[in-house]
Ligand binder design. Structure first.
Ligand code: ATP
Ligand code: MG
Length: 570
């Protein structure tokens, strides 16, 4: 490809509304352009990268025995009503109706459609196992689309669904996908880490996410460097500490705390650490009346853990201001466990405190020096909080976890019979009995991978593509193309030789200043750059530089194809 014929459209300025580096660079390099919030055009340069991702994903899915299908993007509401998700999915589901006033949605995922297909077409255990996948546009009306294609509303996903006759078969299909994902990310040059993930209402340890570690990641991942434990923090269970709580040393007292409604206001005002305070969160209970969740002031609630309590309504909902007032007599900033008449669930760390500070259930009044077992009953404690840096490793409480940010690029999941039962999808086993399919589902964020790769590999000049993702392998930058016949000839020959050798080449044949061409090629991140100029050619040389390096090296022009083959291991 010659730049004179290529739709290259770069930006010099950093776009003001792009917060993370991958979004900035995708706009600056002209990979994408926004059409609406969370909806993007992919321009030729970006589309080449996307195709590379899809190619590797397809090859590895096929290699793992999955077969490609293409399901409709538009799905009838009827299927979602059968699975119960028409109501459960909430506002992320884009719903609309056709001219006959029939309800539809734009598919955010395809369990309903694929399970209905299996119900109709897979009759016998002899047809199992079966794994079907597609590469397709999804739509999720995300509450906060951001970071460009990292969290967009329209995006491309590879989604696969496996069907097996029993749990053991499902576990095998799952393992095959887990292994294929490892190969996919490795081949794409992404350092992706598999971590245990929350499997929500299904229970058990049957889900892994694949994360690219980056500070801009929206997920927090817990690691134990000693035992290799890695999990989404949502999933990390925290055991109570074995050492005993300190004995009370203060008498309980009241303090006026006018307008101190947050933990940080309160701790500044009283000149105490937030770790010495308790916060009381009221959520809707499963019977409709509020339930109190009690945490140490500096800790955050883990919604999944809270939802695991029978007394708590699912999905988790915070109690309204009126119901807080009714249940406690005060508003949210002044409530606490002392004298509270509603069911209370105390997190382990809150239960381990002595002499703590909490709201008094009277407006603008707090209590200090409060102690369990003296000022209020000894609590039974629960695991309710989000794990954080320094919390105990679930495998050994004497070790502690560290927390890093991750971008979720893939997710594998054992579904069991959740969808086959809901949608009545059965097959006949060898004894002629009707059995529900054991299913798995496996997603990869094709468009998100492009952003994640840039987060992982860039510098202040632009993108540094891992070889397998690069839109072009090599760029040729001629110096004085229009002035020197010698340069023009050498460049033409090199361009065709490299292409014949299997390289994807971008030849910058515009009549631009060298500095402009260099900085544009750096911005778009082509791994191998060859500069051809008269001075070098006199010695039979061209100048080579890898995008990740700062120094160039001279190589003989007549050996360049072979040299590049070695350098790029093509
Ligand atoms: P997240 O927690 O990031 O919202 P999810 O758990 O909802 O992801 P899945 O339903 O497992 O995601 O979808 C499979 C994959 O699709 C994810 O691993 C991710 O790579 C990608 N993906 C999900 N939502 C988006 C989005 N809004 N924009 C881009 N990619 C997405
Ligand atoms: Mg999501």
């Amino acid at each position: 490809m010659r730049t004179s014929n290529f739709f290259l459209t770069t930006l010099k300025e950093i776009p003001a509304d792009a917060e993370v580096v991958s979004h900035q660079l995708m706009l600056r390099a002209g990979l994408i352009r926004q059409v609406a919030s969370g909806v993007y055009n992919w321009l030729p340069l970006g589309h080449r990268v996307l195709s590379k991702v899809q190619q590797v994903v397809r090859e590895e899915m096929n290699r793992a025995g999955a077969q490609e299908v293409l399901l409709p993007a538009v799905q009838p509401a009827e299927l979602w009503r059968q699975s119960g998700r028409w109501d459960a999915y909430g506002p992320e589901l884009l719903r609309f109706s056709d001219r006959h006033h029939r309800d539809f949605c734009f598919g955010p995922t395809h369990e309903e459609v694929i399970t209905t297909l299996a119900r109709a077409e897979i009759r016998s255990y002899r047809q199992l196992p079966m794994n079907l996948y597609q590469v397709q546009t999804k739509f999720r009306d995300e509450i906060r689309p951001r970071f460009g294609v990292m969290r967009s509303r329209e995006f491309i996903m590879k989604d696969a669904y496996s069907f097996d006759r029993d749990p053991a078969g499902m576990a095998q299909s799952y393992q095959a996908m887990y292994d294929a994902y490892g190969r996919i990310f490795e081949r794409l040059g992404l350092a992706a880490q598999a971590v245990e993930a929350d499997s929500g209402s299904i229970g058990g340890n049957f889900s892994h996410e694949f994360h690219v570690l980056a500070d801009s990641g929206e997920d927090a991942i817990a690691f134990c460097s000693e035992c290799g434990y890695a999990a989404n923090v949502e999933k990390v269970t925290i055991a109570p500490r074995s050492d005993r709580r300190p004995l009370p040393s203060q008498a309980m007292d009241e303090v006026a705390t006018p307008n101190q409604h947050t933990i940080s206001d309160l701790s500044d005002f009283l000149k105490i650490s937030p770790e010495q305070t308790i916060k009381t969160l009221l959520v809707d209970g499963s019977d409709g009346t509020p339930v109190a969740l009690i945490l140490r002031g500096d800790h955050d609630l883990n919604a999944v853990k809270a939802e695991a309590l029978d007394a708590v309504a699912k999905p988790l909902r915070f109690a309204s201001a009126e119901s807080i007032k009714q249940a406690t007599g005060a508003s949210a900033g002044s409530i606490g466990p002392v004298g509270l008449k509603i069911p209370m669930f105390v997190d382990h760390a809150a239960g381990e405190l002595a002499d703590f500070v909490c709201g008094a259930n009277r407006e603008d009044v707090h209590l200090t020096g409060v102690n369990w077992g003296r000022d209020l009953p000894e609590p039974e404690s629960f695991d309710l909080r989000q794990a954080g840096e320094g919390d105990p490793c679930p495998n050994d409480p004497d070790r502690s976890i560290s927390v890093r940010r991750g971008i979720e690029v893939g997710h594998v999941f054992q579904l069991g019979t959740k969808y086959s039962e809901a949608l009545d999808a059965h097959f006949l086993d060898p004894e002629g009995r009707s059995q529900p399919f054991y299913m798995g589902c496996y997603g990869i964020g094709i468009t998100r991978i492009v952003a994640a790769a840039i987060e992982q590999s860039h510098d202040d000049r632009g993108i540094i593509w891992p070889g397998p993702l690069a839109p072009f392998d090599v760029c040729i930058v001629p110096i004085g193309l229009k002035k020197s016949e010698k340069v023009a000839q050498a460049v033409d020959a090199l361009y065709s030789d490299l292409q014949s050798a299997g390289f994807e080449v971008l030849l910058d044949d515009r009549d631009e200043r060298p500095g402009v061409m260099f900085s544009e090629m750096d911005l778009i991140g082509i791994p191998h750059r060859i500069v051809v100029g008269e001075r070098g050619l006199e010695k039979g040389n061209v100048e080579y530089r890898h995008r990740a390096e700062t120094e160039s090296t001279d190589y003989p022009l007549n050996e360049l194809v072979a040299t590049l083959k070695t350098l790029s291991s093509l």
